[in-house]
Design a protein around this ligand. Structure first.
Ligand SMILES: [Zn+2]
Length: 504
């Protein structure tokens, strides 16, 4: 914006508000977008990640929209008779029968162009069949990859813009929401080119992130022109971005070094990895859907296959975007080692021990990070890793070896088991076409703001409308009744002010 490259976003800022927007902890795609559309924290909506542990097993399953425990905006608005159009919001598969339409997000397990399962109503499918879910393989980054990726991202924005503009123009929707994931993808993979200070800096593609933002700005301009007039508009990010440095933490190696975890000879957990690596991108989803049980078991096997559960008190999934620790709890895990009566003390001690490690900025029990009936779906300890000179550490898979390492220069581009060159940050951005008195808005404030703008009462939410103060001010401002002083009072005031030197 400062370079004058984003005129439509700058105009939106001039019309209303531009503020940092606090994400969820951790600032990850699924919990963040779900908080955005429900107005509640992950402890109440129950979505913490793309996957969750299967109770009673050392295995994971993919979560979907049916796991969401709080009503989304579109459900509340549909019930109130409002017309809604929803395009590409993560965590919305299967699509919900809204009063309008819904095209599910990139997590849709859609295999072929004839598969209409991601669209409500299904009759809309012919018009959105070109919708993009994934642009490229993000794991095998080699020669020519960045060229292809950047072009694919720019094409993807144009394609989504065209579909959205066509649907937006069709009727005067009460609520229309569209998610572009391209700013996220380009920042993950092009940060090292964009940022000359990055310890992973490489020449080339200096303008890639700018180009994607400029293209997104143009899309915003066209969408606003299509919506017309003075509609209430919000541009919301699910998190911010920053650079990743060269430091790598291996949480399971650290746990092993402290005696909390023991590795076992690796069992065969290669089925899913094999399938994922060789399946063409478009078929990945179908594979998961058709073999979901198998995929979940194999995913668990490949992530946890090397752990000797009978000698392990705590382990980590070692997710780069969600560093966390799980306790091997008796009665919950099949070979649990920590008795329930020791759980609280063990978690507290482990948090304290983790925070003595330079690599960990903060280690907190899940109950301190989120609240509500579904906190039990979260990992037991949620970590915030330290940064080095503003650059994040990566959390990567390990099976023995040192707790801390550095990626080699030939790995700076990132990719499978090398992390990414740009990573999520807790503070994102909000542009709102209205004025607000809120100083520190969070993602949970977005849903109540939408409901307030449309005058619809919603269920209890953690967030507050960003319009509330303005709206309350208008609705509840008391009538101003002039009550002039009596002549005696006037005389007293005059004497007092004269005594104080105000009146000559
Ligand atoms: Zn991301």
């Amino acid at each position: 914006m400062a370079e004058g490259r984003l005129p439509h976003l700058a105009a939106l800022r001039a019309r209303g508000t531009c503020l940092p927007l606090r994400s969820t902890v951790p600032p990850a795609t699924f919990p963040a977008w779900t908080t955005c559309v429900t107005g509640v924290n992950p402890g109440k909506h129950g979505i913490f990640d793309f996957t969750e542990m299967i109770p009673g097993h050392y295995a994971l399953r993919f979560v979907n929209a049916t796991f969401r425990k709080a009503p989304a905006l579109w459900t509340v608005l549909s019930q109130a008779g409002k017309r809604v159009g929803i395009l590409g919001v993560p965590g919305t598969y299967p699509p919900e029968p809204v009063n309008g339409f819904m095209v599910s997000g990139f997590d849709s397990p859609v295999a072929t162009r004839v598969d209409a399962s991601f669209v409500w109503p299904p009759s809309l499918h012919p018009e959105v069949r070109a919708w993009r879910f994934a642009d490229f393989q993000e794991t095998e980054i080699g020669e020519g990859w960045h060229d292809r990726a950047l072009n694919s991202l720019l094409d993807g924005i144009a394609l989504k813009e065209d579909i959205a503009v066509r649907l937006l123009a069709r009727e005067p929707w009460d609520f229309f929401m569209l998610v572009f994931g391209e700013s996220d993808t380009v920042s993950h993979h092009f940060w090292l080119f964009h940022d000359p200070r990055s310890p992973r800096h490489r020449p080339g593609f200096e303008d890639a992130i700018r180009k994607v933002y400029e293209r997104l700005d143009a899309a915003v301009g066209r969408l606003l022109a299509t919506a017309g007039g003075e509609v209430c508009v919000a541009v919301v990010s699910d998190h911010g971005f920053g650079g990743a440095g060269t430091g790598v933490v291996h949480l399971n190696n650290w746990l092993a070094a402290q005696g909390h975890l023991h590795f076992a000879p690796e069992r065969s957990g290669g089925m899913k990895r094999f399938a994922l690596r060789w399946a063409p991108e478009a078929w990945r989803g179908a594979l998961f859907r058709r073999f979901s049980g198998l995929a979940a078991r194999a995913e668990g096997g490949s992530r946890f296959g090397g752990i000797d559960w009978a000698r392990t008190r705590a382990w980590s999934e070692e997710l780069n975007y969600f560093p966390s620790i799980r306790v091997n709890l008796q009665g919950r895990e099949p070979e649990g080692q920590v008795p329930p009566e020791h759980y609280d003390a063990f978690v507290r001690e482990l948090c304290a021990q983790l925070e003595t490690w330079d690599a960990v900025a903060r280690a907190r029990p899940r109950g301190e990070v989120c609240h509500g009936p579904h906190v039990g779906r979260a990992p037991d300890i949620i970590l915030e890793l330290a940064e080095e000179d503003g650059y994040s550490l990566s959390c990567l898979r390990s099976r023995g070896g040192p707790p801390f390492s550095r990626i080699r220069p030939d790995e700076y581009y990132g990719g499978k088991e090398r992390g990414m060159t740009g990573t999520h940050r807790p503070m994102g951005v909000l542009l709102l076409s209205e004025r607000t008195h809120a100083a520190q808005p969070g993602l949970e404030d977005i849903a109540p703001t939408v409901l307030a703008a449309l005058g619809v009462a919603g269920p209890p939410m953690d967030g507050k409308s960003l319009l509330a103060e303005a709206a309350d001010g208008v609705a509840e401002a008391p009538d101003i009744v002039e009550a002039p002083y009596s002549p005696e009072e006037e005389a007293m005031i005059e004497a007092r002010l004269r005594a104080l030197g105000y009146l000559e």
